[in-house]
Design a protein around this ligand. Structure first.
Ligand SMILES: Nc1ncnc2c1ncn2[C@@H]1O[C@H](COP(=O)(O)OP(=O)(O)OP(=O)(O)O)[C@@H](O)[C@H]1O
Ligand SMILES: [Mg+2]
Length: 239
């Protein structure tokens, strides 16, 4: 479904991605992990068109997408959430999701768009805020608004950037169920998360980034016991 080949992204002197090779197959939940600053968000930003890679090639469903505009990539069926939520601040929760639902689609009437948006707002547990200004939402709720907005585009591949950071254990369990439901509905998922318990239980495969390269890729249990991975997280002495 998604193929990244030798993807490099430089910011001035910093090589945030130093030649990333990874693939995502339809039906997977890929856990994308790695220490802070290892390039996880940068990879998502390159795949979804926020950034143009310095070099390399990204293919989604057989089409080359590196360098394409974010809206073009979104229309191909690739959606993402942001680590730092960025809703339209002067709009209601419903309007924020409605925009995703009508965005670039000619086949949906305004009423259909609202129904669709309300469906995803309910799914994300935000029904009681549907008509409230988005400023009424706290950070956690804004993360779930991100999720509702991404789902309203009806993606085939969804990339989640730390949707669970800062949630309490009960909220985390709720989110895990939500992600399973999304996956069961036929959406392929790439999940970036620092909570290892969550990543290992949800993922069908784990890819580990360190300093902009993939240092491990495989079965969750095997990958998390890999000496390179342990040393990337905890230092060489632990490994
Ligand atoms: N727009 C930018 N300009 C300059 N440097 C950047 C930019 N975006 C990311 N970087 C740098 O690229 C590297 C990778 O950052 P990135 O945000 O992708 O890491 P991450 O794996 O998502 O980390 P975290 O787990 O903390 O979210 C870091 O050194 C970061 O400072
Ligand atoms: Mg990040």
């Amino acid at each position: 479904m998604l193929i990244c080949e030798n993807v490099v992204k430089e910011f001035g002197g910093v090589q945030a991605l130093a030649g990333v090779n990874m693939q995502v197959h339809e039906g997977e939940i890929v856990g994308l992990v790695g220490p802070n600053g290892s390039g996880k968000s940068t990879l998502i930003n390159n795949v979804t068109g926020q950034y143009v890679p310095t070099s390399g090639r990204i293919t989604f469903l057989g089409q080359r997408i590196d360098g394409k505009e974010p809206h073009t990539i979104s229309h191909l069926g690739l959606a993402r959430t942001y680590q730092i939520p960025r809703p339209f601040a002067t709009m209601t929760v419903l309007e924020n999701v409605e925009i995703s639902s009508v965005f670039g689609r000619v086949d949906r009437s305004p009423t259909e768009a609202i129904d669709e948006a309300l469906k995803w707002i309910e799914f994300a547990g935000l029904s009681e805020y549907a008509y409230a200004p988005v400023t009424k939402l706290n950070l956690h709720q804004r993360k779930f608004l991100e999720l509702a907005r991404a789902l309203a585009t009806e993606p085939r591949l969804l990339m989640l950037d730390e949707v669970m950071a800062g949630l309490n254990p009960a909220e985390i369990d709720e989110s895990v169920k939500m992600i399973r439901r999304i996956h069961e509905s036929g959406v392929t998922i790439v999940i970036v998360e620092h909570l290892m318990r969550v990543v290992t239980s949800l993922s069908t495969r784990i890819v580990v980034l360190d300093q902009g390269v993939v240092i491990a890729d495989g079965d969750p249990q095997d990958v998390m016991q890999d000496a390179h991975v342990i040393s990337a997280y905890l230092g060489r002495d632990y490994a």
